[in-house]
Write a protein that binds this ligand. Structure first.
Ligand SMILES: [Zn+2]
Length: 473
């Protein structure tokens, strides 16, 4: 397997690189959590975290087994071909070195048995008790609330949240990535908690004001303000209700672009070291409305990823006559171009777990079967499969006509700015078709060329004004 992922191949064009990056997670993926977090995290947190009893006497035996060849063999036989194992939790690279070496050994064993290993990277907490000893200046890297106090992760006082606008933190994350690829031999990363709550440190205030001034050069008509040089970040909306304040609306947009700026920088760096690095992230999406407060707009983040974890309580079932599913997660992934990795927890009011265990594991074989079946159903290449590349503002839906043609509707939400060039990739059922005509309200109706490479067929659409129907016959 290692030869497939090696560096140093002949130089490739940007399009070839993008294609290679996307294809790195093609094919059937059977992934497993494996040793998600280092054992020290469970001990430090105490209680039960991530369904693991941190005070258990069997913790070390369990970890030894997780990293044994016997288990790797067993998992490979069960069909698992991708594992997410602990790598960087936020204690500090020095503190975590011993466990990272254990992950490096697991990588060797896993590769021998055809399993790729993704390193877990926590993006939203630094354990100051150890991290600040390694990086004494890191106290300045931390997010601040409006009163200047450090923001902590999930009420855990010992986990301080880093600010994504801190240059030193971004550079540290790049060091983590380099250690993962060059010293640990990882196939990629899973960035857990890839989101950012509001931060009111001087860096963020300055960055927001600069963005406002540049984005809205004539602000009076939009905001009723002649200049934006005096604005500050507003408080986060108290609910997911409609936001009326124009400054808060602009701020939410900035938050999403700001998180993308951070995620994009880390993603580009990882792929500059190795283009086929698998990038996975868990921004806790989709869960509820109002995720822009966390800087989360799935298009912004998803465009940089191969895989996005859909972690929520939408474990498929019918509850009180209502269907609960992960369909939204799968639909968004297909539209944006990443593959969703479903991780549903059984829990919450009325669900099969008790109210004490909001993050319980599936409780019956049916839960597991339904989850797997849903994933297969959603990602299987059906007759109407087509994927669109080139714009994140064009919505696509596909229908089969009575004449056995594929009609792909394309709607450019960025109009009057034309979209394109766009590239549509057809699913296997349609890949042997020979004609493509783009019908538009303007009536130009050009014939487009179908390009076939291997078992993939693509159509290039040079430009789309507002609306078009592409008919594949
Ligand atoms: Zn900040």
């Amino acid at each position: 397997m290692s030869a497939d992922w090696a560096c140093g191949a002949a130089p490739r064009s940007t399009a070839e690189m993008a294609d290679a990056q996307r294809r790195v997670t093609d094919g059937a993926l059977y992934w497993a959590w494996w040793g998600w977090e280092p054992w020290e995290h469970h001990r430090r947190a105490g209680g039960t975290t991530g369904a693991v009893d941190g005070s258990s006497h069997w913790l070390h035996q369990w970890y030894a087994r997780l990293h044994s060849e016997e288990l790797v063999e067993q998992m490979a036989k069960a069909g698992v071909n991708m594992a997410v194992n602990h790598f960087f939790k936020g204690f500090g690279l020095e503190h975590e070195r011993t466990e990272q070496e254990r992950t490096a050994q697991l990588v060797q064993l896993a590769h021998k048995h055809g399993i790729r290993v993704i390193g877990y990277c926590q993006l939203r907490s630094l354990y100051y008790e150890t991290f600040m000893l390694e990086e004494p200046s890191a106290e300045n890297w931390i997010q601040r609330d409006p009163f200047g106090r450090p923001i902590v992760w999930n009420k855990q006082y010992f986990r301080w949240t880093p600010c994504i606008n801190c240059r030193e933190f971004r550079d540290y994350q790049k060091r983590v990535v380099r250690v993962g690829l060059e010293e640990t031999g990882l196939d990629g990363f899973n960035f857990d908690n890839c989101m950012s709550l509001p931060c009111y440190c001087p860096r963020c205030e300055k960055a927001f004001r600069r963005w406002m001034v540049e984005r809205y050069p004539e602000p009076r008509d939009l905001f009723g303000l002649g200049t934006l040089e005096g604005v500050r970040q507003p408080p986060a909306p108290a609910s997911d209700a409609r936001v009326e304040d124009p400054l808060t609306r602009a701020w939410l947009r900035w938050r999403c672009e700001n998180l993308e700026d951070f995620a994009g920088e880390i993603a580009r760096y990882a792929r500059s070291l190795r283009p086929e690095t698998i990038l996975m992230a868990n921004p806790g999406y989709p869960t509820r409305a109002g995720m822009a407060v966390k800087g989360l707009w799935p298009v912004n983040i998803g465009q940089h990823l191969n895989l996005m974890i859909a972690e929520n309580s939408a474990s498929p079932e019918v509850l009180d006559d209502k269907v609960i599913s992960q369909i939204r997660a799968y639909r968004h992934g297909i539209a944006i171009g990443y593959r969703p990795a479903s991780t549903t927890w059984a829990g919450g009011v009325g669900r099969e777990a008790s109210s004490e265990a909001s993050s319980a594991l599936p409780q019956s074989p049916y839960t597991v079967k339904l989850q797997v079946a849903e994933a297969v159903d959603r990602v299987a290449e059906g007759r109407l499969t087509a994927r669109l590349y080139g714009s994140t503002y064009v919505a696509m839906s596909a229908f089969q006509t009575k004449e056995n043609q594929l009609a792909v509707h394309l709607l450019n939400y960025a109009a009057p700015k034309a979209a394109g060039p766009l590239r549509l990739e057809l699913g296997r059922t349609w890949s042997t078709r020979t004609s493509a005509r783009l019908m538009t309200p303007e009536g130009a109706n050009p014939q487009l060329t179908l390009a076939r490479q291997g078992d993939r067929t693509t159509v290039e659409i040079p430009s789309l004004d507002v609306y078009g129907i592409l008919v594949i016959g």
